[in-house]
Ligand binder design. Structure first.
Ligand SMILES: Nc1ncnc2c1ncn2[C@@H]1O[C@H](COP(=O)(O)OP(=O)(O)OP(=O)(O)O)[C@@H](O)[C@H]1O
Length: 431
C-alpha cells in the first residue's frame, strides 16, 4: 500500500525503488561541474534534502564516469556528523542523482568572500569539527583529496561538513598513491612532488584551508602549475604582518604543524591514532570539549543568517532564462537495451546503483551504533509538526540521532527556500 496519487494522475510507488517522483523540486542552491544542486522535499516524509544531479552526457564527454561511480560507492560507506551524507542515489535516462543532507548555511568560500575577517574562535570551531570528519574518513580508509573552503558546507546552525567526494579514494597501508588529484593550491608537497602519498595529504590541505580562513589569503602562490609546485615544495610559510592581531600563537602553531613538509612531523600524522590525540591535546583546542563537539551539542560560534540565501541566487536564473534545460520528472524509457548503449552510458546504468539509506543495514557513526536505516520517519515527522513549518529535517535528524534536543528557537526563524515558480517551457537556443 505504498502508492499514493501525485499530481492527480501519477501514482508514486513508495514501496518500490526510490526515484525522482518521490520528491518535490524546489529552488537551486548551487552549481556543480555537471549539473545543479537544488533543494528537494521527500513527498512522504516531508524531509528536505539537497539533490545533486549529474548530466550523464556531460559527464561522459568530460570523462568523469569513473569518478561519479566512485563517489557514489564511497558515500555509501560514510555516515558522520560532519560529513554531507548520502541518503539516496538513483538515475533516470538523462541524470544521475545524489540526495544529500541539506546544508542551508552556505559553503566556506561563500563566507570567505562575504566577510573581510573571520574570527579565530570561529575558524577553530570549524577546524575542530573537520578534524573529527577527517579522522573518521581515514579510519574508513578513505582519503578525501580535495579539502578546501569550497567543499565545506555549513548547516543552518553553523556546523561544518565536508562534501564533494569526487576524487576521494580508498587507501591501503601497503600501497602509496601517485595520481595527481584535487585542487592545486591545497595539494600537499608529496602530491605535487610525485613521490607517492597516502592519507597524510588531507591534514596538509586542512592546514592550507585553516590558513586561508584565518588570513584571507593562501600560503602558496604561483601563476603557473610549475610556479605553484615550487612554492608548495620550497617556499617558507610566511604569515601576514598583522597575523598576531588575527590569530593567537597557538593557532599559528596548529597551521604550522599541519603545513609541515616532513610527514612524520606533520600534525595529525602520527600512526596508530596518536595523530588525532596530538590535535586533541594541542593548546589551541583547549576550549573544545571533543565529546560534546562530536555529538553536536556544542554551540557553533557563528550561526549563518537564515533569513537570507547563503548561496549564489543566480544559479536558478540559467534555467529561468532558458540557458539550461530545467530538471523535470521524467519516466524511464521501458526496456532500454543495455547492449545498444555507449559503453560509458552502460557503465553508469549498471554501476550507479540505487541507494536508499532507510533500507540500508550499514552501521551509523552516531551513538548507540544503530543501523542507519532505523532512523525513524515518525520521529522526524514529529519535529516537523511541532514547529508546524518545513525545516531542514536532515539537520534535525542529525541532532536527534545525536541525542540532543532540537531547540525550537533555532528553527523558528530559519530561511526556507520558497519553491521555484514553474520554469517556462524549454526552448533550445537554436530554435
Ligand atoms: N548538501 C548540500 N546542501 C546545500 N548546498 C549544497 C549541497 N551540496 C552542494 N551544495 C552547493 O552546490 C555547490 C556545488 O556542489 P558540489 O561542489 O558538490 O558539486 P560538484 O559537481 O562536485 O562541483 P565541483 O566539481 O565543481 O566542485 C556547492 O558549492 C554548494 O554551494
Amino acid at each position: 500500500m505504498g502508492a499514493v496519487l501525485c499530481c492527480l494522475s501519477e501514482p508514486v510507488d513508495y514501496d518500490g525503488e526510490v526515484n525522482l517522483f518521490h520528491f518535490d523540486l524546489h529552488r537551486a542552491v548551487g552549481k556543480g561541474a555537471f549539473g545543479k544542486v537544488r533543494v528537494v522535499e521527500h513527498k512522504r516524509s516531508k524531509k528536505l534534502y539537497a539533490l545533486k544531479y549529474i548530466d550523464k552526457a556531460r559527464c561522459i564527454k568530460q570523462k568523469a564516469v569513473a569518478n561519479v561511480i566512485q563517489e557514489r560507492r564511497l558515500l555509501e560507506e560514510i555516515d558522520h556528523p560532519f560529513v554531507v551524507n548520502l541518503r539516496y542515489a538513483f538515475q533516470d535516462d538523462e541524470n544521475c542523482f545524489f540526495v544529500l543532507d541539506l546544508m542551508l548555511g552556505g559553503d566556506l568560500r561563500f563566507h570567505l568572500e562575504r566577510k573581510r575577517h573571520i574570527k579565530e574562535e570561529v575558524v577553530r570551531f570549524w577546524i575542530a569539527e573537520l578534524t573529527s570528519a577527517v579522522e573518521y574518513l581515514h579510519r574508513q580508509r578513505i582519503i578525501h583529496r580535495d579539502i578546501k573552503p569550497d567543499n565545506i558546507l555549513l548547516d543552518a546552525m553553523g556546523h561544518a561538513h565536508l562534501t564533494d567526494f569526487n576524487v576521494a579514494i580508498h587507501y591501503s597501508e601497503r600501497r602509496m598513491h601517485s595520481s595527481v588529484a584535487g585542487s592545486m593550491a591545497y595539494m600537499a608537497p608529496e602530491v605535487v612532488g610525485r613521490k607517492g602519498y597516502s592519507w597524510s595529504i588531507d591534514w596538509w590541505s586542512l592546514g592550507v584551508t585553516a590558513y586561508e580562513l584565518l588570513f584571507h589569503k593562501r600560503p602558496f602562490d604561483g601563476r603557473t602549475a610549475e610556479l605553484m609546485t615550487n612554492s608548495i615544495l620550497k617556499d617558507p610559510i610566511h604569515f601576514p604582518k598583522d597575523a598576531s592581531s588575527r590569530c593567537s600563537d597557538a593557532g599559528i602553531s596548529v597551521v604550522r604543524g599541519l603545513l609541515e613538509r616532513n610527514i612524520s612531523h606533520r600534525l595529525g600524522c602520527r600512526q596508530n591514532g596518536q595523530g588525532i590525540e596530538d590535535i586533541h591535546r594541542h593548546p589551541w583546542f583547549t576550549s573544545i570539549d571533543w565529546d560534546s563537539l562530536e555529538s553536536k551539542e556544542s554551540q557553533p560560534p557563528f550561526v549563518p543568517d537564515m533569513k537570507q540565501a547563503n548561496f549564489d541566487v543566480s544559479h536558478e536564473l540559467d534555467e529561468f532564462l532558458m540557458v539550461e534545460k530545467p530538471l523535470t520528472h521524467s519516466k524511464r524509457k521501458a526496456n532500454a537495451d543495455l547492449d545498444k548503449l555507449k559503453p560509458e552510458m552502460r557503465q553508469l546504468e549498471e554501476q550507479f546503483t540505487v541507494y536508499d539509506f532507510s533500507r540500508s543495514k550499514r552501521m551509523s557513526y552516531y551513538p548507540h551504533n544503530q543501523p542507519v536505516g532505523t532512523q525513524s520517519e515518525s520521529s522526524d515527522r514529529t519535529a516537523v509538526s511541532q514547529t508546524n513549518t518545513l525545516v531542514p529535517t536532515a539537520t534535525i535528524a542529525e541532532r536527534s540521532l545525536a541525542g540532543s534536543p532540537v531547540p525550537p528557537d533555532s528553527i523558528a526563524h530559519m530561511y526556507i527556500p520558497p519553491p521555484m515558480p514553474p520554469p517556462p517551457a524549454h526552448v533550445s537556443p537554436s530554435s
